[in-house]
Design a protein around this ligand. Structure first.
Ligand code: ACO
Length: 493
């Protein structure tokens, strides 16, 4: 760094010239990437009038709002080529896995890096299914939610709550290097938490489902598949020899496999960000669940159905698309940060939808969805922006046909994504060199240094007069509210 020279062609470096100082720097290129910290060496002196808050002397910062072109780690888990519509788990094309594998086998692949041998698979499957039971006193926790609580609020809380049972998995209690001990990480402890989180995810999700219906909870059955057990726990109402419909069980398994991982999306990034403080894996996974809930991410499947209901009929599609183009409405289920052609998962989901509709009948919204899809795919606005359907465009229609309530759809995304979150968490814990806390930088654009003004003098300060507090906005003073509260208490007494 810092040497002005003309490197020979073919050298794996980037020459950067800072025109403020006239200095040139050579920055190494490794794996087609440059290290952001190399830019810290590019410093200049502050010029007259420049804010000290720009920190010019502390080195150049890289600005990347929304992580559009920032690689936060090296990963061996999932590969996406967004221009070619390619998705591979540990090198295996998603299409092959969807056709030949199942969710639990793929989960093993994602977490441990290779497909399991028959005995590895049996042990893995048995461990996951064996760890699906929840302590009986967790029932009280679920019963504390209101009947209309969003199931993602319940699931997110339940995942964090689950961690409170396992003090042996808590680095705050066992030592901060519990999962990162150089050449001696606690692999057995780590594996146990992985079994627990994957095994209990379906149980927590089923409890979140049943508590809202005022139904008793169902103990996870034995002898069923992962999705079979999940459906059983949601739907069993005491019938003798009840088994879930095998076509729906298989369809859900394919959907689970497709949703298991998607490299550095918002929720896996949240898991790693939170996990980087070395918190327990239950808290980190709960953070991922919260992140997934939003309508720009895993909440999009729910948003698609609300959008289709609001459109109503195919003949209303053109008016809706015009509103989208004017930015008055959002076309949920279209667009992706990485895919600039169709999301490869959406083709498999579309095929799975046909299998499900043979059992459940077609969803009344399907025609509107098809009309919307076909019109958008022919429209220049969407073509020029490379907007195509993502996995959420079709998945909601399947969930709806299967009878799940709209607000439950993100849960059906979060449960399988626990696998991807854990694969990333495990990879980070075991990476050479240990874990670095994820602590980004900012570009400060706030006020320059100023002196404190006493309360009595503050009214005269320009600006503060214009920003009344929330209490002034509401028209109720705190004193009035307290007085009326006191009055109520008195009346009751
Ligand atoms: N409808 C209409 N226009 C869109 C849409 C959409 N769904 N998505 C993107 N655009 C437009 C943007 O307005 C922008 O246009 P402009 O260049 O004229 O300003 C352009 O396409 C580029 O889009 P960005 O917002 O920059 O794309 P970004 O990568 O930041 O966002 C996202 C990706 C959040 C997925 C976005 O496409 C979106 O909001 N889609 C709808 C929500 C959705 O389906 N989310 C699920 C994603 S998949 C998943 O998480 C499993």
């Amino acid at each position: 760094m810092g040497k002005p020279l003309d490197p020979p062609p073919g050298s794996n470096t980037l020459t950067v010239r800072d025109n403020r100082t006239g200095k040139s720097y050579q920055i190494p290129i490794v794996d087609n990437s440059i290290s952001a910290t190399d830019f810290k060496a590019i410093k200049a002196s502050r010029v007259a009038g420049e804010r000290e808050e720009n920190e010019t002397e502390k080195g150049l910062r890289l600005a990347d709002r929304g992580f559009l072109n920032t690689a936060v780690l090296r990963s061996e888990i999932t590969y996406i080529d967004g221009d070619a519509g390619v998705l591979r788990y540990r090198g295996y094309p998603i299409e092959q896995l969807a056709q030949h594998s199942n969710h639990l086998e793929t989960a093993y692949l994602l977490i441990y890096g290779s497909l399991p041998t028959p005995s590895q698979y049996q042990t893995w499957r048995d461990e996951i299914m064996h760890h699906s039971v929840i302590h009986a006193d967790a029932e009280q926790f679920f019963r504390s939610f209101r009947y209309d609580a969003h199931p993602m609020a319940i699931l997110t809380s339940a995942l964090a709550y689950l961690g409170s049972y396992y003090s042996e998995a808590n680095p705050s209690l066992q030592g901060q290097n519990l999962f990162t001990k150089g050449d001696k990480p606690s692999l057995a402890t780590m594996d146990k938490q992985i079994y627990r989180l994957i095994g209990k995810a379906t149980t927590l999700a089923a409890m979140a489902y049943r508590v809202r219906q005022g139904r008793e909870f169902v103990t996870p059955p034995t002898g069923l598949s992962y999705t079979g057990s999940f459906l059983y726990q949601m739907d069993h109402l005491g019938q003798e020899n009840y088994v879930p419909n095998p076509v729906l069980e298989k369809a859900l398994d394919v959907l689970f496999l497709l949703h298991a991982d998607h490299e550095m999306n918002a929720s896996s990034t949240s898991v790693l960000q939170v996990g980087s403080s070395l918190v327990d894996p239950f808290s980190a996974v709960a953070a991922g669940c919260a992140s997934l809930y939003g309508p720009l991410h895993g909440g999009a499947n729910e948003a698609v159905i609300r959008m289709l209901i609001s459109i109503g009929k195919p003949e209303n599609v053109p008016a809706f698309l015009e509103a989208v183009k004017k930015r008055e409405k959002v076309l949920s289920g279209f667009g992706h940060r990485v895919y600039k052609t169709s999301d490869p998962r959406s083709f498999i989901v579309r095929k799975t939808a046909d299998e499900v509709f043979k059992i459940t009948g077609k969803d009344e919204l399907l025609e509107t969805a098809m009309a919307l899809h076909d019109a958008a795919m022919k429209d220049d606005y969407f073509i020029s922006r490379k907007l195509a359907p993502n996995v959420d465009f079709w998945s909601g229609l399947i969930y709806r046909a299967m009878g799940f309530p709209n607000d439950y759809f993100p849960v059906l995304f979060a449960v399988p994504r626990v696998v991807g979150w854990l694969a990333h968490w495990r990879q980070m814990m075991l990476q050479a060199g240990g874990v670095k806390i994820w602590r980004p930088r900012q570009i400060y654009v706030g006020a320059a240094k100023r002196d404190y003004v006493g309360l009595e003098d503050r009214i005269a300060v320009e600006g503060l007069k214009k920003t009344p507090s929330a209490i002034e906005h509401s028209g109720i003073s705190k004193r009035t509210r307290l007085a009326s509260f006191k009055g109520q208490t008195k009346a009751k007494l």
